[in-house]
Design a protein around this ligand. Structure first.
Ligand code: ADP
Length: 490
């Protein structure tokens, strides 16, 4: 397979194992959200490119599906090594392309090789079963890869979220068309063309189509409508995910959907307050709050509310805002000017309606300060919508039970945390929280490749990690073998 793209600053699409310009010949500029500089010029693909990608994936499917598991496994182990060798370059690209701070870049670089190594074992995972039959037949339940998987990934944790969209489907014997976000076409997309080429993945097994801002729709439509695409995975906003799921429903295609969250962190009166402050700060402000699991609301019991609020405000005010390429920066830029303005508008609007600024509250160049608000009115947009930025709302409640009720009063249900020193109480409350992921004595942000990751309610369905992916990306079939002829009634 031809290995290398054109130059550092120019990236073509990765179709059928080749670096290919867009069918239209167009390109777009991929920009650094902090400096505004052009990171690279990238192919602006469209529906024809998506069609070619699906075609290539469909042609590669039969060969890849019957490749012995040991060979498939080896590809993922090599890919993990290949990625690790490029650690510094990838962390730097994460900063340049997505404004990702050093700490979160390193977290992604630690998570993804682990994911690839765990996924390597999936090549052997689809074991079948022999099922007792009353007809005398030898009956089996067998798993087969589904075919072509269409993967749509976001920009925020670009390396992790693109890796998890493609790795398990590929390891299970499927072929994939990846559509990265227009805001992270390299580190959330094209980089995988290089990594997997080096690891020996055959041509056509992974295809990557990139597109200019505002032009995702046509590629998404092709992935949804092309009959050879049998499953879809989507990570992104609830609005886009809903549209995709509706369209996929018309085509009777299964989708794994991981959408937004409005994630609560409960701080109970018996919490170690220093730990609670540290957990809240990390959970709310890592990657400037642009994580689907970010703690958006911190719900604290009244008995400790004043002291907790004061300490949390102080810590929040001390977080360094600025250039994500400086290793001690905690709050880097928001991904786009539009995202920045949405955060700013929602904060200003909440304040106008009566919210109090306990820390932050201001735009600083392309960044928004880590912001803690109290008394956010329930009617404000900030209290109702996921606001993808460094803003947390502090809410005071009279009891842990009130905290649970508040936490559940949202359409979302991705992640949550409960800080308490009473583990039994924590476990009892965790049962009551309506979310796919709950951490006791921790904040909501966290992931490990072997865990069942996903939400309930408007945060989506299906699971990305662990063994759940076997069901998501294979078909279970019933096969029988009748060794004795048996009588038919007519
Ligand atoms: P975010 O606001 O976090 O960027 P989006 O849902 O807009 O979330 O983006 C997540 C992914 O969905 C990105 O890859 C984006 O390009 C893609 N996307 C956006 N609109 C569509 C669409 N109409 N069809 C398919 N994918 C889309």
């Amino acid at each position: 397979m031809s290995a290398v793209r054109e130059t550092e600053e120019q990236w073509r699409q990765f179709l059928a194992g080749d670096w290919t310009p867009a069918d239209s010949g167009r390109t777009f500029e991929d920009r650094d959200p902090y400096t505004g500089e052009v990171v690279a010029e990238v192919a602006a693909g469209g529906r024809e490119d998506a069609q070619r990608a699906v075609q290539a994936a469909a042609e590669a499917f039969a060969g890849w599906a019957r490749t012995p598991p040991a060979q498939r496994q080896a590809v993922f182990l090599k890919a993990a090594d290949a990625l690790e060798r490029r650690r510094d370059e990838v962390v730097s690209l994460l900063a340049r392309e997505t404004g990702c701070t050093f700490g979160f870049g390193m977290f992604q670089m630690q998570f993804v090789p682990g994911l690839l190594r765990q996924v390597a074992a999936l090549a052997y995972a689809p074991v079948g079963e022999v099922i007792p039959s009353d007809t005398g037949a030898f009956a089996m339940g067998l798993r087969r890869p589904v075919g072509v998987v269409g993967a749509i990934a976001p920009w925020n944790a670009a390396l992790i979220l693109s890796a998890r969209s493609i790795a398990a489907p590929l390891a299970l014997g499927n072929t994939v068309v990846l559509k990265p976000s227009e805001l992270s076409p390299i580190v959330g997309g094209l980089i995988w063309g290089e990594i997997f080429s080096e690891a020996g993945l055959p041509a056509g097994v992974l295809n990557i189509v990139t597109h200019a801002p505002g032009e995702a729709g046509a590629i998404g439509d092709e992935l949804v409508e092309h009959p050879r695409v049998r499953r879809l995975t989507f990570t992104g906003s609830t609005a886009t995910g809903r549209r995709l799921a509706e369209a996929a429903g018309r085509q009777l295609k299964r989708v794994v959907l991981e959408l937004g969250g409005y994630n609560p962190l409960l701080v109970l009166a018996d919490a170690d307050l220093e730990y609670a402050v540290n957990a809240s700060t990390f959970g709310a402000f890592l990657h400037q709050g642009q994580i689907c699991m970010s703690a958006r609301r911190i719900i604290v019991e009244r008995a400790v509310a004043d002291e907790f609020a004061g300490r949390l405000a102080e810590k929040t005010s001390g977080l360094k805002t600025g250039d994500p390429k400086e290793p001690d920066t905690i709050i880097g830029p928001l991904i786009t000017e539009q995202a920045l303005q949405t955060v700013r508008r929602r904060v200003e609007d909440a304040v106008q309606q009566g919210a109090k600024v306990l820390a932050g509250g201001e735009q600083v160049g392309p960044c928004f300060q880590a912001t803690l608000l109290g008394d956010v009115p329930a009617e404000s947009e900030l209290a109702q919508e996921e606001t993808f930025g460094p803003v947390a709302a502090l809410e005071v409640v009279d009891s842990a039970q009130d905290a649970v009720e508040r936490a559940n009063a949202t359409d979302y249900g991705l992640a949550g945390g409960i800080i308490t020193q009473d583990m039994d109480r924590g476990l009892a409350l965790a049962q009551q929280l309506e979310a796919g992921i709950i951490h006791i004595n921790d904040q909501p942000v966290g992931d490990e490749p072997q865990m069942p990751f996903g939400g309930v309610k408007n945060s989506g369905f299906g699971r990305f990690g662990g063994t759940a992916v076997i069901d998501e990306f294979t078909d279970l079939r019933w096969i029988t073998a009748q060794s004795e002829p048996h009588p038919f009634p007519f």
